[in-house]
Design a protein around this ligand. Sequence first.
Ligand SMILES: *Cc1c(COP(=O)(O)O)cnc(C)c1O
Length: 360
Amino acid sequence: MNPGPIPIARPLIGPEEKAAVLEVLESGVLAQGPRVAAFEAAFAAYCGVKHAIATSSGTTALHLALLAHGIGPGDEVITTPFTFIASANAILYTGARPVFVDIDPLTFNIDPDLVERAVTPRTRAILPVHLFGLPADLDRICAVAAARGLALIEDACQAHGAEYRSQKVGSFGTGCFSFYPTKNMTAAEGGMITTNDDEVAERCRLLRQHGMRRRYHHEALGFNFRMTELQAAIGLVQLGKLDGFNAARQANAAFLSKHLRTVQVPTVPAGYTHVFHQYTVRVPDGNRDRLLAGLREAGIGAEVYYPGLVYQQEPYRSMGYADHLPAAEQAVGEVLSLPVHPGLTADDLDRIVEGVNRLC
Ligand SMILES: *Cc1c(COP(=O)(O)O)cnc(C)c1O
């Protein structure tokens, strides 16, 4: 029998999610009902924070979190160029300016020494990304933020459940999560903001819904960034499965790291819990694209996250960005992500190992 292709990601939707969605449809309450509130409460408890605010996506969570911290025109926000473009776009949406600093080549996350050096009198926030499910160096980033009076906005869109020194990401500053289908848990689309700051939470709730506390009285220019009851119903079920999904990702990653011989496997520094949103290896010496093509031919859904840096994308170039950050630029030429999702079988894992070891 010819085995089918192994996808890079696959949402795991079971009978519980289907039943939860049907229940919402039958209830007739499709928006602004009890399930969004229940999902927020459960997510806040899971992350160990006082507040969680559900949104329509991870992108709108980031946008709202920045606005709630008062970030706007004239401000600078320090972030990484090696991320999905939404991390930086959210900064632009507020009128502030993303300032890119280079990454640590071992973890792919923002380099805290460079963060410190990039602080100017205009800097208002640091926006680290917990890329691929590995927390950024939070001790040192929190120390810079505290010493300089800066907000900390964590892009945890790839890191649901990841921990730094036994503390969940999203609880160090204001956390932003995504529930897009490829993430560690899904709600089809959706996002969540987590925070211990009462004022930030209040501001997020206000701006999420047209700046409206009392019906048709608008205190501020807000948005419609709401999550639906259908999304929340799926998200609640998925949150209950998240630890199991992450454990399966970690076991798959451990298997790959044990058996892959020819590529540089992911680093997990002491004190960090990696939840392997992606299992990303480095393929040096210009062999990455050849390996990628060979794996695709063999039905193994490898992908390059990301083939370019944010400042190399057209919207940023046309704004005059001309950064040159060597560690990040080297990474985009060498990284390759292999399937690690919880839907993989033992056969799938064997095929991935065999394919990489044979082709590289
Ligand atoms: C997925 C993702 C986002 C955006 O989330 P959406 O729900 O797709 O809007 C932002 N940042 C990172 C790092 C992501 O991976």
